[in-house]
Design a binder for this molecule. Structure first.
Ligand code: 6PG
Length: 261
């Protein structure tokens, strides 16, 4: 295994723990709408890269519902959606990360089609990784040679992977590319993912992790256990930004200090 060159020696993440997933989704949706809205007041383009998996479905639903309320109303024409990763399937496939976000969020908000920068899971993966790299370069400003997203939403798998950077492919953390192809270790299906250097270059990273099955990984990563250095998620700490972990009570169960927010 190639050792990642991404530093983990940065600002400590802030941890927020909620009794239920519903409460977590509600609070995070409100926070995201408020901070994206503030950015939208002063920037022409606000870049948001979202994860796939099942965890964000509730969050996406909540964002679409809250954004219809006066308090959280947002000018979606400024917000540009990107994805941290995509499975190599067509957009209408049940596994498509774009498909999931489209179903639970994008379909129900008014946003220009050109603001939706999906990864074309149906295209040839290597060529698509290059096309997507060019697309990101066009919209997201560079800082220290890498795109700097305003906000990145991440999940974490039970094996400690995040985006599509899996424990057996740690070299994607230190890659100098913006996008790479990856292989899902169980299904061997190809994926396209942002690399570690792009993820850690973001201004603000939020992990949303829920459920009992992830509680050991959460403890190891957030309490700096030596084994955590074998998990990609451990290394995703912003080099010049903030990060927070939104957890439900079950995912946080083993943490030493876990006062519920
Ligand atoms: C994906 C992801 C991935 C995901 C985790 C957690 O495409 O699968 O972006 O990194 O966030 O695997 O997935 P769940 O939310 O389904 O547990």
């Amino acid at each position: 295994m190639t050792a990642p060159t991404v530093s983990s020696d940065t600002m400590e993440p802030k941890i927020f723990i909620f009794n239920t997933v519903e409460e977590l989704a509600h609070q995070l949706a409100g926070e995201m709408l408020t901070s994206l809205g503030k950015l939208a007041d002063s920037q022409k383009i606000v870049s948001l890269a979202i994860s796939g998996g099942n965890t964000p479905t509730l969050l996406f639903r909540e964002i679409s519902e809250l954004s219809a309320m006066d308090r959280y109303r947002i000018d979606w024409s400024t917000i540009h959606f990107f994805w941290v990763d995509e499975r190599c399937v067509p957009p209408d496939h049940p596994e498509s990360n774009f498909g999931m976000a489209n179903k639970y969020l994008l379909q129900s908000i008014v946003i220009p089609a050109e603001n939706i920068h999906r990864i074309l899971g149906e295209s040839k993966p290597e060529a698509e990784a290059e096309r997507y790299t060019a697309e990101i370069r066009k919209y997201v400003p560079l800082q220290k040679g890498f795109p700097r997203f305003d906000r990145i939403l991440l999940g974490m798998g039970e094996d400690g992977h995040t985006a599509s950077v899996f424990p057996g492919q740690m070299e994607l953390l230190g890659s100098d590319k913006i996008c790479e192809t990856a292989i899902h270790p169980a299904s061997l299906l190809k994926r396209i993912t942002l690399t570690g250097k792009v993820l850690t270059n973001a201004q603000h990273i939020t992990f949303m992790v829920t459920g009992k099955s992830k509680r050991i990984r959460v403890k190891e990563i957030l309490e700096d256990a030596p084994v955590a250095k074998t998990y990609p998620a451990y290394f995703i700490r912003p080099v010049n930004g903030r990060s927070d972990w939104y957890l439900d009570r079950q995912a946080a169960e083993l943490l030493k200090d876990n006062p519920v927010s």
